[in-house]
Design a protein around this ligand. Sequence first.
Ligand code: MLT
Length: 404
Amino acid sequence: MVKINDNFLKLPGSYLFSTIGKKVAAFQEANPDKKIIRLGIGDVTQPLVPAIIQSLHKAVDEMGSAETFKGYAPDLGYEFLRTAIADGDYKARGCDINADEIFVSDGAKCDSGNIQEIFGLDNKIAVCDPVYPVYVDSNVMAGRTGTYDAASEKWSDVIYMPCTMKNNFAPELPKETPDLIYLCFPNNPTGSTITKAQLQEWVDYANKTGAVIIYDAAYEAYISEENIPHTIYECEGARTCAIELRSFSKNAGFTGVRLGFTVIPKELKVGDVSLHSLWARRHGTKYNGAPYIIQRAGEAVYSEAGKAQLKEQVAYYMNNAKVIFNGLKEAGYTVSGGVNAPYIWLKTPEQMTSWEFFDFLLEKANVVGTPGAGFGPSGEGYFRLTAFGSFENTVAAIERIKNI
Ligand code: MLT
């Protein structure tokens, strides 16, 4: 008889944002007259900028004529996009990353879930706590995380690196040596960042111990301060220990368009096996490439007009971040994040768990946020709001929170 992958049965509950979606839908059904403001999932609200729309239109027209029609995309991505990325995101920052080290995909969520497939099941992963749930859940599904302890809300074979107010939300090098280290900066969910010197310590540590860092830089466009690395390849030695994941969702509003990429430098090897070759083999076998029209839209992100328009869009969201940050402070909350990231991380009021605060905000202010506990045990007592709403909704949400 057929057997299932019973690792799936070990997963407690449903995916965090599905759980929240269900709760909010039930509340709306019971209270149809309430106007709910959603600052929960980090989904953008502003339309694609004109440079991207123009590029999309042009590409759609190309698909309508036999001379310019495109079938399957090259499985690793079109050269025009990979070159734009290598030049715009890496060479422009003095980082030595070439077009053929970039793998275009339909988004960083899939890549961050899939990347673990090229590593053996006996590797030990280390994650920040709290953490974007995909890193842990995808390793659970693969059978790499041991058993779940409901009391501590931890997996036996995962190294948790607490990130709380005590350490300024920056992970410390773990006592036990991991094989795979997931890092995300600017951080989801805490909105914190680390300096280049701090990231360099991680790179040195990984090179010394033989670990691989999976570095999620989905939020780099939101960095406003100096000395915060935009990519891990700004650090010396990262080419031999780090994979980087990037997304077009947050910097260019592609959450519904879908585009991302993974960088694997050719020097990154385990023994004499190149991780670049493994990922190329995996990508070629399981993926038929992001659509041509979407890759053309991605190319427009790097055009002069695209860059100028997106700078304004990022500034729009960061103004929301300021409204949230300052408004919550005025209301007496302890707040962090929101300066180099579109997420604001606040302490829940005394004696309220983060899920209790979620219900409280939904019922009393009709505002949706994300409970810190949903991101891991050290997220308990914290709560996340996103700056990706419209300005009007953001102002209204903060007014409502102040008034309860
Ligand atoms: C989040 O809210 O954490 C993100 O939107 C999730 C994602 O990017 O998949």
